[in-house]
Design a protein around this ligand. Sequence first.
Ligand code: TTP
Ligand code: MG
Length: 369
Amino acid sequence: MRVILHVDMDSFFSAVEMREKPELKGKPVVVGGRIPPKAELETGVAGEKRRIRGVVSTCSYEAREFGVHSAMPLSQAYQLCPDAIFLPVNMALYKAASKQVMRILRTFADRFEQVSIDEAYLDISTRVNDWQEARAYAQRIKREIADNAGLSCSIGIAPNKVVAKIASDFEKPDGLTVVESGDAATFLAPLPVKKIPGVGPKTAATLIQMGITTIHELSIRDVQELVARFGKYGWRLHQVAHGIDEREVEGKWERKSLSRETTLDEHTSDPERLNRCIDALAERVHEHLVREGFGFKTVAIKVKFDDFSVYTRAKSFRAVHSDLATISKTARALLKEFIVERADDKQVRLVGVRVSTLGVLDAKQRRFA
Ligand code: TTP
Ligand code: MG
């Protein structure tokens, strides 16, 4: 079962401003720029009228009730809601908040992909057994973000990315929408085509001209007709309308290696005891690998002797491996060669096992890991 989450922060820039200045809570807040004082707007400093420049980056849900929205000229927002609090864009502040949120989200995923300052996909397939568990898992994520970052978000859960993204928007703000396998087409059917990510006003207008307003109407059109009109994108529209999306969560993982080591209570040179240690470490490394859905190409060991000299030995493979036996067998073999190689009577005080050149496994490989 593939379970993908799409997390999107609610009115992100203005929510961060409200977190910093609690007195703004519950008020219409517009982020995009300051409005010059009224006197200057009417008469100006040197008798010349000042103009309101700039566009709305985002605004609080309270301001949205007045019809204000992203990308609207600030002057228009001011006309619609003159009592709103207008704030300049403080990008450094939002970037820091984004980092804080992404750091939390990352820990909840097998694979994690940040797609903008305020949204990310999480593959949680190995972390839950059914859709009910997935819902509870998402509730935990929401709580964690609220408690530790002081922000609210909306989450969509579905068998693929595009449906998860549409679902996260479905009950905004503070939403949680679960679309189970098999329900995607039914969920999408009544929605207007502009809810499909990538369908902007131009594409939507073309579709409406073709008599297509809802995703259901899109789904029953002949795919050839869509391809004739939109090229390759027509094929994609057809797929999405049927709730199909094969794209994987692109886990851009910064980690280059994964290791575990242990300091021995009693220093030893007994190969049997060292092997037992290696096996236990290999198991812990493997457990972590499986949890994160990674494979490796290199296995290495580290040995520290009682005179504090440290040595490492490594072996690399051509293919990506992911099984426990390869880790423990290779690590044991490396240790054996190493002990033979240095036939003196130094005692070992620490051993470590490391895997590196990590690669993301696909779903099938993961099942066999
Ligand atoms: P969005 O997620 O599109 O909007 P949002 O988080 O403000 O509101 P929602 O609850 O509907 O998700 O965009 C994230 C941030 O990106 C937003 O807070 C401000 C910025 N942004 C702009 O600067 N200009 C824009 O036109 C849009 C759409 C967003
Ligand atoms: Mg958002």
